[in-house]
Design a protein around this ligand. Structure first.
Ligand code: NAD
Length: 274
């Protein structure tokens, strides 16, 4: 019986909440092995064994600051860091020809442009949420927004842990884009991100967002379609970050060998429609 070589997966930002979960998910995967791990300059985890840091078996490697060697040696790299770091990693992926999985949220135009440029030469998988449930919710939200006209007001409510750096969450924005697509709108025209003081009545067709922060919530999202006399509420609750890490590792294994371009988790899960 021939043994299939394991895919070497690199993790940048490995000491973060998601980074540690990724190390564990790679260790648990029968098809993946950790190629190496990085952290930002000055991080106290530099020099430690990433396996020990994440609470699983020793790997024999050390967490390093320079991602160049990691991108050279890995078959695919997973990045859940911060927007500016992710833009730099995308450029590095293009230089070394290494597929890249991006889970970082809060990306702005310049960061997305760096990813677009890299995706000309390497496959890049990017998703604000790597869970199966949320990716199904995206499709259902678009479908309901198509079925229910503007007599049904769309509101999106999300809650995350107290450390989250961006708001609304990347997943809430993705749900907003799905709802806008279902209505044939651009999200930028429809979105209302905050309300305070004498706001007046709700504009027809608006897609409203509300953000809650607290405790250790891994990620809750509800899409509300509120009509006169009834409403539909679709809720997804992640009870562990494990679901995002497992999704990212599954996505990384799927991405290796794909043609250059941008992919989403809906492509990985075979849910991509329009
Ligand atoms: P975190 O702050 O715990 O971890 C980020 C890590 O990246 C830190 O350890 C930090 O030191 C490191 N880092 C920053 N710059 C770096 C650089 N230049 N090189 C190497 N490492 C660097 O945050 P987190 O909760 O793990 O979340 C990280 C990102 O992932 C956020 O944008 C978050 O919104 C997103 N996220 C996405 C999903 C998803 O399913 N796509 C799920 C959870 C979190």
């Amino acid at each position: 019986m021939t043994t299939v070589p394991k895919t070497r997966v690199g993790v940048v930002g490995c000491a973060g909440r998601m980074g540690r979960m990724l190390i564990v998910s790679i260790a648990e995967s029968p098809r993946a092995v950790l190629a190496g791990a990085t952290e930002r300059a000055g991080h106290p985890a530099l020099g430690q064994d990433p396996g020990i840091l994440a609470g699983c078996a020793e790997t024999g490697s050390r967490i390093v600051e320079d991602p160049n060697i990691l991108f050279d040696e890995a078959d695919v790299v997973i990045d859940f860091t911060a927007p500016a770091a992710t833009a730099g990693h995308a450029a590095m992926a293009a230089k070394t020809g290494t597929p890249l999985v991006i889970g970082t949220t809060g990306l702005e135009g310049t960061h997305e442009a760096a990813i677009d440029a890299a995706a000309q030469s390497v496959p890049i998988l990017q998703a604000a949420n790597m869970s199966l449930g949320v990716n199904i919710l995206l499709g259902v939200t678009q479908q309901l927004a198509t079925l229910l006209d503007e007599a049904y007001d769309i509101e999106i409510v999300e809650m995350h842990h107290r450390h989250k750096a961006d708001a609304p969450s990347g997943t809430a924005l993705a749900l907003g884009r799905a709802a806008a697509a279902g209505r044939g709108l651009e999200m930028a025209e429809a979105a209302v991100f905050s309300r305070e003081g004498p706001t007046g009545p709700r504009p027809e067709g608006a897609i409203g967002f509300a953000t809650l922060r607290g405790g250790d919530v891994a990620g809750d999202h509800t899409v509300i379609f509120a009509g006169a006399g009834e409403r539909i509420e679709l809720t997804h609750r992640a009870s562990s970050r494990d679901v995002f890490a497992k999704g990212a590792v599954h996505g990384a294994l799927w991405l290796v060998g794909r043609p250059p371009g941008r992919y989403t988790m809906r492509d990985v899960l075979g849910l991509a429609t329009a």
